[in-house]
Design a protein around this ligand. Structure first.
Ligand SMILES: [Fe+2]
Ligand SMILES: [Fe+2]
Length: 304
């Protein structure tokens, strides 16, 4: 599929990208969302494979689909939306994430900073003029600090994995859809129709998404008044929303701005998935460039 990318909110050049659309090529979030990723290959998800990993992933989604209800998401958004935990810069957060993820996951052969910088640097190579997209690559996963003790040490099912709207029917394209049957919203008439508490074309910004690192980082960026364009915020909030960006589900909730921004998410997703390599990024060499972007788009320390 070839899509034409139009300008995000501020003036940028149009470009064309080929986007891979094989639905088997699914990733569980950079290879650190559930344990045991290493033994069975970090990159691609295969829900049909008979493996230990399959059980782990199933268990992950069983718990995730059971607990991610409308009320749960509302509570978490209110709690974390206060941003009263800590003050730190973007780069300090990169370092924090890097440190503790290494500690908690000794099998992960690449530190998180590598995934962030490899994503950002791969985008930078192909889209040199879109500095906002480089920074988006660097920060898109920073919400994973929710796993850290000082951020409440949330369980994996409340931090990573695919995301989906709550407050309306769970679409069949959600992985392991059957596990939603245990969710308190599943049979609630208010939340189980196609649009539920929403309306057609209402805009994704008005839709509650299952709670995790995506929505948290979106809140952090937005509430700290970043000057990043809306396409960047869209990428951050929906990068794990595979039912939409891979399968086109829930598309009728989008407004016109969402539809424009989705094109950039398709571009971004390719780099999030495929930029992983054994070629290490020289952190000290590229750091000044990213510091300048942080300065440009997040001039003050952030509240988290
Ligand atoms: Fe992510
Ligand atoms: Fe990622």
């Amino acid at each position: 599929m070839t899509i034409t990318i139009e300008k995000p909110r501020f003036g940028l050049h149009a470009a064309e990208m080929k986007i891979p659309t094989d639905p088997k090529e699914l990733v569980l979030d950079g290879g650190f969302s559930v344990p045991d990723t290493n033994a069975f290959g970090q990159t691609f998800r295969d829900y049909g494979a008979e493996s230990e990993r399959k059980k782990t992933v199933e268990e992950f989604y069983r718990t995730n689909h059971l607990h991610q209800s409308y009320e749960f998401v509302k509570r978490k958004r209110e709690e974390y939306g206060k941003l009263d935990r800590v003050e730190m810069s973007i780069w300090e957060c990169v370092e924090l994430l890097n440190e503790f993820v290494d500690d908690s996951d000794p099998d992960l052969d690449e530190p998180q900073i590598e995934h962030l910088l490899q994503t950002a640097e791969a985008i930078r190579r192909d889209y040199p003029g879109e500095d906002w997209l480089h920074l988006t690559g660097l920060i898109h996963d920073l919400g994973k600090v929710l796993l850290h003790p000082s951020f409440g040490q949330l369980p994996q099912w409340a931090v990573v994995g695919d995301t989906f709207p709550v407050g309306c029917a769970f679409d069949k394209s959600n992985v392991h859809h059957k596990f939603f049957e245990g969710n308190e919203d599943f049979k609630n008439p208010k939340y189980s129709t196609k649009f539920g508490v929403y309306s057609e074309g209402c805009g994704l910004e008005n839709v509650l998404m299952s709670w995790g690192h995506d929505d948290y980082m979106y809140l952090v960026a937005k509430e700290n008044a970043t000057t990043l364009p809306s396409a960047a915020l869209f990428i951050i909030r929906y990068h794990s929303f595979y039912p939409l960006h891979r399968f086109g589900a829930y598309a009728s909730l989008m407004n016109e701005e969402d539809k424009e921004n989705l094109k950039w998410l398709h571009v971004f997703n390719k780099y999030d998935l495929y930029s992983k390599s054994k070629v290490r990024v020289d952190v000290e060499k590229v750091k000044p460039y990213y510091m300048s972007l942080i300065e440009k788009y997040f001039p003050a320390k952030l509240r988290w």
